[in-house]
Design a binder for this molecule. Sequence first.
Ligand SMILES: [Zn+2]
Length: 236
Amino acid sequence: MFQLLLICPILFSFLYQLSFVNNLNLTYFKLQSRCDYCYQRLKFKEMVPVLSFLLQKGKTKCCHRKLSYCYLVGEILAIFPAFFALQYTPMLTIDFTSFLLIYLFLLVFALYDLATLSIPIHLLFIFTICICILVPMHFISFFTISSLLHLIYWFSNKAIGYGDILLFSILSLALPFIIFSYLFLFTFIIGGGYALLQLTCFKNSKQIVPLIPFIFLAYNLINILQQYTYYGGIFI
Ligand SMILES: [Zn+2]
C-alpha cells in the first residue's frame, strides 16, 4: 500500500506529461524529467508528488512559470487506489492491476480533456498496448460495441467526439460486457445531468461538455458500488 502511495502519483505525473508530448519517440523514455516550459532538468526535490507543487507554490523553480493545477489534482486523485489495494473486491474479471491501469489512464485522459477538449492519440495507443499485455480481453463485446459506437458516430458525429468513441471501444475490450454497460449508462446519466444543469444555469453557454471526466466519474462510481454491494458475482 505504501509503495502505491508513492508510485501512483509518480506514474500519473509521467503519463500526464507524456500526453502533451507532440513528437513521441523511444528516446523520450530514457530522458530525465524536464520543466514543461524551459526544458531544464528537474532536481529530485522538484519531482516529489504533491509536496513539490505545494512547496513551490504552484510555480516552476527554474523559470517561475505557473504549473498546471491538473498536476496537483491528478497526483492527489492518483493516491486513492492505494486505499483500495488491501480490500479490493474484483469487478468480475477486473483484478486490481487492471483496475489501477484503467483508473490512472482515465484520470490522465479526463484532466487532458478538461484542459484541451481532446484526447492524446499517442497515449490512447499506449493504453491499448498496456491492455493487450496486462488485462484479460473481451473480443466479442469489443467487436459488437465498437461497431455500434462507430455507427452512432456515423449518424450523429456532432453529438460525440471521435476520441470518446475510440476510448469507449478500447474500454469495451478491457471490461466485461456488464461492467461496460453500467459504465456507458452512468457516464451519460451523470454527463446528461451536468449538461442539463449547465443549460439551466448558463443559457448562453455553448454546451461543449468534455465527456471523459464523466467516464472517469462513472468508473469510480461503479467501483465504489462494487466494493459495497457485491452479491454473488454481480453488483446491484
Ligand atoms: Zn522552467
